[in-house]
Design a protein around this ligand. Structure first.
Ligand code: G4P
Length: 282
């Protein structure tokens, strides 16, 4: 499967982030809880060197709770502060402020020793497109001060959002780009919908999803589509087409329609809470 990205955007985004990162104490990195590793760009560790670090595992409402806990421990063991959340709801935002303060405790102590008072922690949100950066900024800041949308880079202009007397947030999230060198990473990003659908082969993607699901979440397909899980992946897709009456113009079963339906149901959580990768793979 071939994936494309746009080097022009990448270079510009990276340069911008290098500038912005000089202004802050804390990097708040959003990842997608369904693929906590593949939705990161490891370059952030270099870009965010010497900064305090907080990882938000977003879209946790769509991820497998057990795996989210495993990933949380994994990142904590590496020295990051971690919170899992659903950025669309305001639940858990208080925990984030606590974690921000906790992660920057060293700076706060240092300021206090130097007699510096009331200097807020400055933070910026970073992450690959579509992980929920704008949604999070909106929820956290409590008002529509950052536009949300599917297009990366919709938020323009630099401003600080004063969240409390202790925390200021850069209103523009830093955009990282996913890393595609590993085919599996590309595949997982495609499955969660992080890569534009036009450049993907949906049939192939659905086959890969079936392969993964019956190995890691046996019974899910059987239950939802009332089908046997044995046989070739393509056969399962035909059974899904039958079950969901995906019929082409000539009255034949429409394989591609079933593929699109399966992927949509996975992305929207209708198949249940599913995580595509485990810390052991990292
Ligand atoms: P970005 O700035 O990182 O590019 O992402 P953005 O906030 O635009 O969010 C991308 C999509 O993800 C949005 O959906 C948003 O609603 C959704 N989203 C963000 N956080 C969460 C979360 O915690 N859980 C779930 N389930 N979804 C989340 P959209 O399809 O673009 O728009 P809409 O469905 O909100 O209309």
């Amino acid at each position: 499967m071939n994936f494309q990205w746009y080097p022009g955007h990448m270079t510009k985004a990276k340069r911008q982030m290098q500038e912005d990162i000089k202004l802050i104490d804390l990097v708040i990195e959003l990842v997608d809880a369904r693929i906590p590793q593949s939705s990161r760009n490891p370059d952030i560790d270099e870009l965010g060197r010497n900064k305090f670090r907080l990882i938000l595992m977003n879209k946790a409402d769509l991820a497998d709770k057990r795996r989210t806990d495993e990933w949380s421990s994994f990142f904590k063991n590496k020295g990051y502060f971690v919170v899992s959340l659903d950025a669309r709801s305001k639940v858990g935002m208080k925990t984030i402020t606590d974690q921000i303060m906790e992660s920057c405790r060293e700076k706060i102590e240092r300021d206090r020793k130097r007699g510096i008072k009331n200097r807020p922690v400055r933070a910026m949100v970073v992450g690959i497109p579509n992980v929920g950066k704008s949604t999070f900024i909106n929820s956290y800041a409590g008002k529509a001060c950052a536009k949300t949308g599917n297009k990366p880079g919709v938020t323009k202009g630099k401003q600080w959002i004063r969240l409390s007397k202790d925390v200021e947030l850069l209103d523009t999230p830093g955009i990282l780009w996913p890393k595609f060198e590993d085919q599996m990473v590309g595949l997982r990003l495609a499955l969660i919908g992080s890569i534009k659908d036009e450049i993907l082969n949906t049939d192939e993607l659905a086959v890969e999803l079936i392969r993964f699901l019956r190995a890691s979440y046996p019974g899910i397909l059987a239950e939802r589509y009332e089908i046997e899980e044995e046989g070739a992946e393509s056969e399962l897709l035909m059974r899904i087409a039958e079950n969901r009456k995906c019929i082409g113009k000539g009255g034949e079963l429409d394989y591609s329609k079933a593929a699109a339906l399966l992927i949509e149901e996975f992305r929207s959580g209708k198949l249940g809470r599913i995580t595509l990768e485990r810390p052991e793979m990292a």
